[in-house]
Design a protein around this ligand. Structure first.
Ligand code: ANZ
Ligand code: ZN
Length: 899
């Protein structure tokens, strides 16, 4: 074998085996070192890992290895989010059992992850479909039930007629099932709910404390929770609605966040399911038909936004709260939701777009009551676009001239003081958009809900001794619907309470339940007696760094935040509220798309790309003042099999449908895991999308070889690992040391902030400097000082790239004469005195208080210093969005930011 060539195919499995045999990444709960918990969102075992996984796990692994080297006891576990519909679909298509399919996929994917060289503690592996896991989930459910955190109620659900299941609102996209694409129907079912809305206020308030979460994620959660402050207003019916059964309905109560616009009211509207609508429908078959039709449509917020606003005049009239002679028509309208506010609104067309669309359709008019600043109220009118901005009240009797806020207050004050039948006409109210979490799924492959329904005892919890309620294995998937529902011995059981024949709950839990506490289970997955172990939990939690896709920014994270609160309340997680102290959402992996002349998508592996250059056509270069010999780079693609030219399409997220995917296995087979990891991390900032290109991978592969050669050259001249520090260093030796220590400081800082691409840029830089230094050595008998410097620099260099390319690093480490594993080697300590000559440290103050230290080139000018100081994270945090008034720099002394 060529000793100058690194053979990843041999080296990678070799080191993986050594790590596994030495239990290098096994983590003990008892350990005197400080703890660090890094976690990547665990995968769904769909079959094979994809490049998105590679990116996600490579990032987590860099942090895990880095923190381990820095002296932390690192917890870096892996598991499988293993329940879910695809397993059942596969069962239907391939006649395999969901468990068999799932476990086969897990085996494949575990092997793939292992071939990436991830520093995972596999002894803690969990699969959510394992009864040893879901047993504890059932216990949690029962404890939540006993603790009043579970509800069972009838509710309208989105029914997917193809998948035969209930979908959450967010699984309904444009009125269709997210997976099946079928049009959703509304159905009433009795469902199990977790009472996440008990925590709405806390879930919202605590977002402020999540400083290491991306701002956009906090905002998305905030909007999802959707707190609003409004007023409940009672409108008296001028024409009471009568039914024989219920007597006379006398009023309609609405919820409004804009009581200031009351004088612009043109109508009142009810949800189709509003009790008053039903009463009115008893006398009006046309209305009854309209209500029936409304039920066919989805009432998800997104659907309501886009659908045509339609209504039906009930004939009822209400009195305006401030003018008994002013009657407003009462409609039933398809855009009013029953489960928000009171299910009734007053419509102000001038200042709400939905109301305006509605009013325009039914000729109800629009009177502006808030006039924008600098607009003449006399000429201000609204026709197609409602105005929801700031302004001053007009056309509003005693409110005229007030600001919106003052008018809201004035209306609330007056109506609160006005009593009807002894009760105030209005009441202030805080509303949340966040609904309780419906967890019932009519599916087999999920965690059974541990409840038995008895005619006389009601919903009876399965006794703890009978847990887990396991899924029966003898099921068939030849009909649609839930196989548990037609499994006699699973379904028909005795009531645990009275012994009478009873019926087991056949719904299983939403798989989001499984992923809402797995990160807690990792802290002690061996505990067979309880879901969590208090000491282990309080030791490891919160997760210090969580990494995953932005697609989980709302639901998964919110549900997990709910779970820690619910577990706190039920004594499963003593003092834990927030599960994830740090959150990072990585960008996607994207790739060019290819189509042949028939429009068929082609995999990148089916396409040969030719790049070529051609001279810029004569003359055009003069126009854009490019150099005369400018060239145009050409990229052309050809089908590998028949040579036909293919069309190179836009760069898009890797997806099976467009076939622009690259198989991680193939990349690892041909280039090695280190190359894949290195390219993935180097190419763009981790929060952005990374464009996967063959050229990029080849560049990384070249760097691997170049590094290996460089280490060989350094090993030839370097002093032995334990050589003493010389007393004096010549100028070239000092240069080498400086380069290494400067790179060390920068890499350390950048990895610490998850700026992997920048860390890698510094490694490249050091490679160039060391290559140059060794290239200028012409006498092999170099002095002891230079030999020492090369030794020191080489040892630092290898440790700098070890978190990203762990196998290559082990190989280089051994080549440098070390008998230890680099995976266990401590991070080097930078000798700042070597850098101070060139670098200077500035304390940075914000409004007189020291917030950070800035290390910068001594020769940097004031503009550069200012820019660098303001870019510091601690400074940004201290500024907290405030505008900077000025920055005072005392050269060589201090930076003072005034805001
Ligand atoms: C009158 C009004 C005038 C409104 C105006 C808005 C603008 P948020 O902020 O989301 O809480 N609303 C209340 N209940 C509703 C329901 N069940 N279905 C559909 N819409 C409903 O929104 C509160 C506003 O949404 C309320 O304020 C109400 O319309 C409407 F210029 O009342 B508003
Ligand atoms: Zn009973």
């Amino acid at each position: 074998m060529d000793s100058q060539r690194y053979n990843a195919r041999e080296a990678e499995p070799k080191w993986q085996k050594i790590w596994a045999e030495a239990n290098t990444f096994r983590t003990a709960n008892e350990d005197p070192r400080p703890k660090y918990y890094v976690l990547e969102m665990f995968p769904y075992p769909s079959g094979r890992i994809h490049m998105g996984h590679v990116r996600n796990y490579a990032m987590g692994d860099v942090i895990a290895r880095f923190m381990r080297a820095r002296g932390y006891n690192v917890l870096h576990p892996m598991g499988w989010d293993a329940f879910g519909m695809p397993a059942e679909n596969a069962a239907m298509q391939n006649k395999t059992h969901p468990a068999a399919w799932t476990y086969a996929n897990i085996a494949t994917m575990r092997g793939q992850l292992q071939s990436m060289g991830l520093s995972l503690d596999w002894s803690r592996e969990i699969a959510t479909c394992d009864p040893a896991y879901y047993k504890h989930q059932q216990k949690l459910f029962l404890d939540f039930y006993a603790g009043g955190l579970v509800d069972r109620k009838k509710s309208k659900v989105n029914w997917d007629p193809v998948d035969q299941t209930v979908l959450a609102n967010e699984q309904v996209i444009d009125g269709r099932g997210w997976r099946s694409g079928a049009l959703i129907e509304q159905r009433e079912l009795t469902q199990w709910f977790l009472k996440i809305s008990d925590f709405s206020e806390d879930l919202l308030q605590s977002l402020d404390g999540l400083e290491r979460w991306p701002e956009k994620v906090r905002l998305m959660q905030k909007n999802w929770i959707g707190r609003s402050e409004g007023l409940l207003v009672r409108f008296e019916l001028a024409t009471p609605a009568k039914t024989a059964a219920q007597g006379a309905a006398k009023e309609v109560e609405v919820y409004t966040t804009r009581p200031d616009t009351l004088f612009g009211a043109k109508f009142v509207a009810l949800a189709a399911d509003h009790p008053l609508a039903e009463i009115a429908a008893q006398q009006d078959p046309g209305l009854a038909a309209f209500i029936a039709e409304c039920r066919h449509h989805s009432t998800s917020a997104a659907a309501v936004e886009t659908m045509e606003k339609r209504g039906y005049d009930t004939g009822l009239r209400v009195r305006h709260p401030f003018d008994a002679d002013w009657l407003l028509p009462v409609y039933v309208a398809n855009f009013v939701l029953m489960d928000y506010g009171t299910g009734a609104i007053f419509g102000c067309p001038a200042h709400d777009q939905r109301d305006l669309d509605f009013a325009n359709a039914y000729g109800l008019g629009a009177t502006p009551v808030v006039c924008p600043p600098d607009v003449d109220p006399a000429t201000f009118s609204i026709t197609e676009t409602a105005y929801d901005g700031e302004g001053v009240l007009v056309n509003s009797s005693f409110l005229d001239g007030l600001s919106i806020d003052a008018a809201k207050d004035e209306v609330a004050r007056k109506l609160e003081a006005h009593l009807i039948d002894g009760k105030p006409q209005a009441k202030r109210q805080v509303n949340f958009r966040l609904r309780d979490w419906g967890i019932s799924r009519q599916r087999y492959w999920g965690c059974p809900i541990p409840i038995i329904h008895c005619e006389s005892c009601g919903a009876v919890p399965v006794p703890e001794a009978d847990l887990p309620v396991t899924l029966p294995e003898d099921v068939t998937f030849d009909h649609p619907g839930n196989p548990l529902d037609r499994h006699p011995s699973f379904k028909y059981v005795a009531c645990p309470h009275c012994g009478a024949p009873a019926r087991r709950e056949t719904d299983t839990m939403d798989t989001f339940v499984d992923s809402s506490w797995y990160f807690l289970r990792f802290t002690d997955p061996w505990n067979a007696a309880a879901p969590t172990t208090p000491t282990a939990l309080s030791h490891w939690l919160p997760v210090d760094q969580y990494i995953g896709g932005i697609e989980h920014a709302i639901l998964h994270l919110l549900y997990s935040r709910f779970f820690t609160r619910a577990m706190q309340k039920t004594n499963h997680a003593a003092d834990l509220k927030e599960p994830f102290a740090g959150l990072f959402t990585q960008g996607m992996v994207v790739h060019e798309t290819y189509r042949d002349k028939n429009g068929t998508w082609l995999f990148p592996s089916q396409v040969r790309i030719e790049t070529g250059v051609m001279p810029r056509p004569f003359g055009t270069s003069m126009l854009n003042r490019a150099p005369f010999n400018a060239v145009i780079t050409m990229r052309r693609g050809y089908r590998m099999d028949n040579g036909d030219e293919v069309e190179i399409g836009p760069i898009e997220k890797m997806s099976k449908s467009k076939k622009n995917t690259v198989d991680p296995d193939e990349i690892i087979d041909s280039y090695g895991a280190d190359t894949a990891r290195w390219f993935m991390l180097s190419d763009s900032p981790p929060e952005r999308d990374v464009i996967w290109t063959e050229e990029g991978v080849q560049g990384a592969a070249k760097f691997v070889q170049r590094t290996y050669r460089l280490i060989g050259e350094l090993a030839d001249v370097a002093a032995p690992p334990d050589a003493a520090v010389p007393n004096d260093f010549s100028a070239p030796a000092v240069e080498v040391r400086k380069a290494a220590h400067a790179a060390l400081l920068k890499v350390e800082e950048d990895i610490g902030r998850l700026r992997f691409n920048r860390a890698i840029a510094h490694v490249y830089d050091l490679t160039n400097k060391l290559s140059a230094a060794i290239g200028s050595v012409d006498d092999p008998a170099i002095g002891a000082d230079l030999a020492f410097s090369f030794r020191e620099a080489a040892d630092i260099f290898v440790r700098l790239f070890a978190p990203m390319m762990p196998h290559l690093a082990e190989e280089c480490w051994a080549r440098l004469g070390h008998r230890t594993l680099i995976a266990e080697a401590p991070w080097p300590i930078a000798d700042k005195s070597l850098i101070v000559e060139d670098m200077i440290g500035y304390p940075v103050q914000v409004n007189g208080k020291k917030r950070a230290d800035l290390l910068i080139e001594r020769t940097a000018d004031t503009a550069t210093i200012e820019h660098a100081a303001l870019a510091l994270e601690a400074v940004q945090r201290a500024l907290d969005g405030k505008a900077v008034k000025k920055v005072i720099i005392v050269p060589q002394r201090i930076v003072n930011v005034v805001a």
